[in-house]
Ligand binder design. Sequence first.
Ligand code: CA
Length: 442
Amino acid sequence: MMELNHTHNPAARSWVDSAQAPGADFPIQNLPFGIFKEKEAPALDWRGCVAIGNEVCDLRALAASGVLQGAALQAAQAASHGSLNALMALGPAAWRALRHALFEVLLSTAPAATQAALKPCLLAQTSVDMGLPARIGDYTDFYTSIYHATNVGKLFRPDNPLMPNYTWVPIGYHGRASSVVVSGQSFRRPSGQTLPPGATEPVFGPCKRLDWEVELGVFMGTGNALGEPVALDDAEQHVFGVCLLNDWSARDIQAWEYQPLGPFLSKNFATTISPWVVMLEALAPYRAALERPDGKTDDVAYLRSAANSATGALDIQLSIGLTSPAMREAGLPVHNVCHTSYRHAYWTLAQMVAHHTVNGCNLQPGDLLGTGTLSGPTLDQAGALLELTQGGKVPVALSGGETRTFLADGDEVTMRGWCERTGAARIGFGTCVATVLPAMSG
Ligand code: CA
């Protein structure tokens, strides 16, 4: 498990002034990776970058600047293309070398010549478009919050809310990679089959119960060979980093289709992720003990280790809220309705990787794992409208006077993530935003 080092020093400052702004998501202790292009540049000129304050550092320009050597230079060159997959495949020593080299050259004490060489590599975030961080080969969504599983189970199966396998198996399903999109992209309300209350036959039409799910996305770095499981205590060596993930869900379509094989068209019309991938190393100050409400510690052996119990959880705080068209017209800010944390999850990130591979299934660089909806123990920590509104029965009041049970056309949903605690630098994930467009007519 990862230990603290000089890149976590909360007193460290960058010569990029905006990195020190109060509440900034991207101080020098963070340095998340993404894929960008200049707004004015040709459409296909995508390449890797790192966020620092309000700027991006272009890794292709940095690789050509002469300030990097060795493994860090090799890593920056691998990130000079239209996806981070090649960098992800290089492994944790390369990721660490590049992150540490970036820390050195962006530090306030970096030599003047280094700063001068770096300045042409920096671009304002407002001048660039962000793309998907990787070509995602496969996407798997887990179900790691026992609070979410219980709340949703009560609504779908009042007599049998939590299935007996839940506390033994990190439940997941294979999702759809092609419809994972980056923050800022709008999507259409899906249409599909639903069974109206009391009806005996389904109807077809636009989803009436469109929902969000507050999740984290985990980008795999180095993969594993087919047939070779990843051991629990090695699992994090295979993880490149973490992003925000919103798993849009059509609850009425889901209720009709989910048995016996689980979600299908109710989930695969869109999944929005944040453009920034925060490295596991940057999250080291926010590790926590795995704490479960039932106190269970007797996991099956491949899911159990002292390190995983002691430091396997991560206190990543998450919020979600929305603005309606009327609220935006009135200049009202995002109305947040949920504040939760990944530390409430029943299964850790390492357990997800160990479980996914225990049968020999091979993960590959750029594969994406969703944590599942990260609801906490109380209602204001519920990560989906389905839970917040108790199945659509209790509307949420928005600032400006409107109410919602589920999403309306034109709603713009904003998810945020950040880590903060006394004695450590606050780091953030930026935002994960998307707007609901009307369903296709006809
Ligand atoms: Ca989900």
